[in-house]
Design a protein. Structure first.
Lengths: 132, 98, 122
């Protein structure tokens, strides 16, 4: 095994195990809910997981939405449990907000708005990445 | 920290490629595969090649491009899926944009 | 040791699956320790015993079976995703699920992710 491989296998202390990128709007597909299920499982196994919202994924964070009007169980409400699950690193892409004429009115606290460069750097602090 | 980016969608129908480029670092590598091969003719491709001054390693799966009658340009390396396995371990992580 | 875990979210009737299979087989041939494949979302349909794909089309399910047999490759399907798609129930002896696949939960994905040096999604 080379030194490089050794270094890159297994998370170092400052590195989180998993980053999940959310790229889809909340209601027309199950991607957001499927990503949430993965995040909560990792958290309940006490694995560090961070959530990234980019592209249409940013719509999952916007305030004043109500999935119940569409006759569905509103999984976005579960986002308020992130604190309980120790999911603390929640990042949103600023450019994606700007492109969609969205302000920073999120339905949960503790969301960090990042420039594209910062967003990329934050992703880099994770050992693995899944995208939904 | 380097990342291997697998591009599987045409940028003419989805924003995946654009989103990938927004987080791309100069030491990363890109692999165009499946319908991602069509991005070779997308304007984002020109900006990628120009922006990084050729420092990002850009690859395309030869059989995926040939199957789609896509002409390969010199700025891009032609590879096979088995090379993607190798790239998986020469980078720190893999992000699939699909 | 190079260890790899793979997440499959595309169904067997998607041509994107061919790329995933080619990649996993190339990894196995290269001697990479593929510690498991986790099927999530529409990926769980690969385990559907009732799926019948015309014989002149790509046989994704057969390919997974072959890799499982030849390399003892663990194939896990997410039970929640499978139940949603009508192919899993509580019974262990479930004739809707192809025998090459193991019914697991998302906890298995946590296990694979923490053990693998690389995680790749298809």
């Amino acid at each position: 095994m080379t030194q490089k491989e050794q270094k890159s296998s297994g998370a170092s202390p400052q590195e989180s195990v998993l980053a999940i990128i959310n790229s889809k709007a909340p209601f027309s597909s199950s991607h957001g809910k499927d990503a949430l299920d993965v995040a909560l499982i990792f958290a309940s196994f006490e694995q560090k997981v961070s959530l990234f919202f980019q592209g249409d994924g940013v719509y999952q964070l916007m305030d004043k939405q109500d999935g119940s009007l569409l006759g569905m169980k509103d999984y976005l409400k579960t986002f308020s449990a992130f604190e309980f699950y120790d999911i603390e690193d929640i990042y949103v892409c600023q450019q994606s907000l700007v492109n969609r004429q969205l302000g920073e009115d999120f339905h949960i606290d503790n969301v960090q708005v990042l420039s594209s460069i910062e967003f990329g750097l934050a992703l880099n602090r994770h050992q693995h990445v899944l995208r939904f | 920290m380097s990342t291997l980016h697998l591009i599987r969608q045409s940028a003419f129908t989805s924003n995946d490629f654009a989103q990938c480029l927004s987080v791309l670092d100069h030491q990363d590598s890109v692999v165009l595969m499946d319908d991602g091969c069509y991005n070779l003719k997308h304007s984002l491709m020109d900006s990628l090649i120009k922006r990084v001054g050729g420092s990002v390693n850009i690859n395309i799966i030869a059989s995926h491009a040939q199957a789609r009658a896509i002409e390969i340009i010199t700025a891009v390396n032609t590879i096979e899926i088995s090379d993607v396995v190798e790239l998986t371990f020469t980078h720190n992580k893999v992000i699939t944009w699909q | 040791m190079k260890t790899l875990a793979v997440v499959i979210t595309t169904p067997p009737y998607s041509h994107l699956t061919i790329t995933a299979l080619t990649y996993v087989e190339a990894a196995l041939v290269a001697g990479i320790n593929v510690i498991g494949v986790f099927f999530y979302q529409d990926g769980v349909m690969h385990a559907n015993e009732d799926i019948s794909i015309a014989s002149d089309e790509y046989q994704a399910i057969e390919h997974w079976q072959r890799l499982q047999k030849q390399y003892q490759l663990p194939l896990h399907i997410c039970i929640t995703a499978a139940e949603k798609r009508g192919i899993a129930c509580d019974a262990i002896d479930n004739d809707k699920i192809n025998k090459a696949f193991t019914v697991s939960g998302l906890g298995e994905l946590v296990e694979l992710t923490t053990k693998a040096s690389r995680l790749v999604q298809f």
